[in-house]
Design a protein around this ligand. Structure first.
Ligand code: ZN
Length: 69
């Protein structure tokens, strides 16, 4: 009987660990934390490198005003 109780406790602990790990992966932000930020040459705002564009050898943001210049 003691063995069965021990097994139940072990399964319960495992379940709690798995539940906690699942909760941790869900709460992670979707944005890349180590993404490099660059400064727009026209308006000076900081934007993620993936959202920046290069125009006339200058880094600009996605705003239409900066892209037209
Ligand atoms: Zn800009």
């Amino acid at each position: 009987m003691a063995r069965i109780l021990l097994l139940i406790v072990l399964v319960w602990i495992l379940f709690q660990i798995v539940k906690r790990m699942a909760a941790n992966t869900d709460s992670k932000p979707s944005a890349k934390p180590d993404e490099k930020f660059v400064q727009c040459a026209n308006c000076g705002c900081h934007i993620p490198e993936s959202e920046s564009q290069i125009k006339n050898n200058k880094i600009v943001c996605n705003s239409p005003e900066c892209l037209q210049k």
